[in-house]
Design a protein around this ligand. Structure first.
Ligand code: ADP
Ligand code: MG
Length: 630
């Protein structure tokens, strides 16, 4: 199959396929339904992009990430794969014409668009050769990002019975896989899965009461790039400060930063001017950095899926890397409360929906394909809602295809200097340095600012005059009060696109029905994460893989589990006993089996442990010479 290799080098400038890519492409080209389970960064896109180059007509790519679709299309185009995405800005009719005659290889669309009646009516004209369902776990209520609209992809299939489907995901728990196959009606699919094992990452759960102390010990003299995941924006700022005041070069990243700030910090970290990125889980999509040596979780995340994805950013270059999660006794309660605390009730969801519609001035029956820019803070303030709950609601609206949400953090600002140039000069002379830098820059950069209201770029000003964003806003507000200038500033951080029309009685029905299920699934996931963190005996790598449906028997010998910690001279008797109990709990056991299961314990240690447990009346030996738990 040199042909595939040629395309790989022509369009990806690469010589080798990553594991399974070639097999998956071959399966698609044979027009077989295909299921591809590759970890994040495993190169899933290539698996449908490359075959698309060999088909007569386009491949329809269904992707849930509206905000990323634009990037995906741009990336495919730069690779020389002609692509377009259906969007809400232009008429669908025109876009369909374009799709039908534009000789595209890839047509990206949201699952909602794929249900549109006009779209379905004209589907047969598009000559679609393959349907790729990216992030296919969204179809499953057992996955992390259940999106009911994905379930309607099946009806698309009914219209195109001959067209093969490829489902791609990095979330491979057995229940999710069963759901994907069923919901997409995959016909005896070829299944490809690479192991999810990340053998070069040493997993550690560190029990600690003093997390900031642990951070300083861990990061003292750090040489490799690292990420610290925090559970709130405030925490990222605190930890960033802690590191910097202790001479460790760090920067921070969260969803509240402007696009420019994000870009600058990402750049500084990529260039390794800053070694440590302190971030919320908003950080991660699309970071392609091979040499991350350490990923730390200040608090364990809300699911093993998140944990796996986040630690997986370490050691992409194959070098040894570490992942440390701190765990303190209070975390269990905190995690559950944090989750339950922000969980919106059905009543709140209804109230929030109504208020949002009123705030955006959406009339009954209206709202489809309209777009709004929303200042999240202003909205919460106007209705005295908790931002966390509103955030959770908007996420639910997005998943339920009521609104699409795109986080933008746009700053719109304009200004006019209304005093005379002479007075302006005078002010400049007496102003403190931070103020004068700002005024000087605006006066110089924006021609016409003395005559008329002019749009100004706040990000640019903060960078050029080296003041912080909040100082800049303070300066502008100060001179506005002095009537030296006019200043209008609105920040919109969320961009909403309407999908369903407003109907206070019916629009939310399905969402409200699903909410409870979504919540119980989330709680189960938190519990799996917690028991992973709490159990100290069995190999962490092994436990993680079992969760993702892999059965392996070899322990990693790198992680913090007792099973894998190198044999110490003196293992405390209680630890030995705990390890033995862990196995005995699973049923009666012969001593011989115990030796096999706990190879790192010497015969003497085992004997001592057993004797101790017997004295404590925790175990006894039965008539078959097996050890049983009491
Ligand atoms: P996934 O969707 O599985 O998380 P992507 O498809 O986004 O991963 O691929 C991650 C990166 O790896 C992309 O930059 C992609 O171009 C690159 N890539 C994929 N396959 C190969 C390959 N065989 N050789 C080199 N780079 C590859
Ligand atoms: Mg992907």
């Amino acid at each position: 199959m040199t042909k595939l290799k040629d395309l790989l080098s022509e369009h990806w400038k690469a010589d080798e396929f990553r594991p399974m890519q070639e097999e998956i492409c071959t399966s698609i080209l044979a027009k077989k339904d295909t299921l591809a389970l590759l970890p994040t960064g495993g190169g899933k896109s290539l698996c449908y992009q490359l075959p698309s180059l060999l088909f007569e007509g386009p491949t329809l790519v269904i992707s849930p990430l509206i905000s990323l679709m634009h990037d995906q299309v741009a990336q495919a185009n730069t690779k020389g794969i002609k692509s377009m995405a259906f969007n809400a800005n232009q008429s669908l009719d025109n876009q369909l014409d374009n799709a039908a005659f534009g000789r595209y290889k890839l047509l990206y669309c949201s699952p909602e668009k794929a249900q549109n009646s006009l779209f379905l009516a004209r589907l047969s004209q598009l000559n679609i050769q393959c349907i790729a369902v990216d992030e296919a776990h969204c179809i499953s209520q057992w996955g992390n990002d259940f999106r009911p609209a994905f379930r309607e992809i099946k009806s698309l299939r009914e219209q195109l019975p001959e067209v093969p489907v490829i489902a791609l995901t990095a979330s491979a728990t057995p229940a999710v896989i069963i759901d994907i196959k069923e919901q997409l009606a995959l016909d005896n699919p070829n299944e490809f899965k690479t192991s999810f094992a990340r053998e070069n990452i040493a997993l550690t759960i560190e029990n600690t009461q003093d997390k900031y102390g642990s951070i300083l010990r861990t990061f003292h003299g750090i040489k490799t790039p690292a990420i610290i995941y925090c559970s709130s924006r405030r925490e990222t700022e605190e930890v960033n400060q802690l590191l910097n005041t202790n001479g460790i070069k760090a920067t921070y990243f969260h969803g509240g930063l402007t696009a420019q700030q994000k870009q600058d910090r990402l750049f500084a970290w990529h260039q390794e001017q800053k070694l440590v990125m302190v971030a919320t889980n908003a950080f991660g999509m699309g970071i392609d950095k091979g040499n991350i040596g350490l990923v730390v979780h200040l608090t364990i995340p809300a699911s093993l899926e998140h944990y796996y994805q986040e630690i997986g950013r370490a050691g992409r270059n194959g070098n040894n890397a570490k992942a440390i999660a701190y765990f303190s006794p209070g975390d269990e309660q905190r995690l559950i409360q944090q989750y339950l605390g922000q969980l919106p009730t059905p009543e709140f969801i209804q109230k929030c929906y109504k208020s949002l519609c009123n705030y955006l001035i959406i009339g009954h029956g209206e709202g489809i394909e309209q777009e709004w820019r929303l200042s999240f803070q202003d909205f919460c303030r106007a209705y005295k809602f908790s931002p966390k709950k509103v955030d959770a609601c908007i996420t639910l609206f997005d998943q339920a295809s009521i609104f699409h949400r795109i986080n933008t953090n746009r700053q719109d600002a304009s200004c006019q200097i209304i005093c005379s140039p002479t007075q302006f000069k005078l002010e400049l002379e007496k102003a403190p340095l931070s103020h004068s830098k700002v005024l000087q820059f605006i006066g110089r950069e924006y021609v016409g600012v003395f005559e008329r209201e002019t749009t100004i770029d706040l990000d640019l000003i903060t960078r050029k005059s080296k003041v912080s964003f909040s100082t800049l806003i303070d300066v502008m507000e100060h001179y506005k009060q002095q009537e030296l200038l006019s200043f209008n500033y609105a920040s919109s951080d969320i961009h909403l696109i309407g999908i369903k029309p407003r109907d206070d009685k019916h629009t939310l029905n399905e969402l409200l029905r699903n909410t409870e299920l979504i919540h119980t699934t989330k709680i189960e996931k938190i519990n799996s994460m917690l028991s992973f963190a709490k159990q100290q005996n069995r190999c962490k790598q092994k436990e993680l893989l079992v969760y993702f449906g892999e059965s392996i028997t070899i322990s990693c010998k790198l992680c913090s589990a007792n099973e894998c910690v190198p044999i110490k001279k003196e293992i405390p008797i209680k630890d030995i006993a705990a390890q033995i109990l862990d196995y005995v709990e699973q049923g009666p056991l012969a001593t011989q089996q115990l030796k096999v299961s706990l190879p790192h314990l010497s015969v003497a240690e085992l004997a001592e442990g057993l004797a101790w447990l017997e004295r404590q009346q925790k175990i006894k030996t039965n008539a078959l010479a097996q050890i049983i738990k009491l």
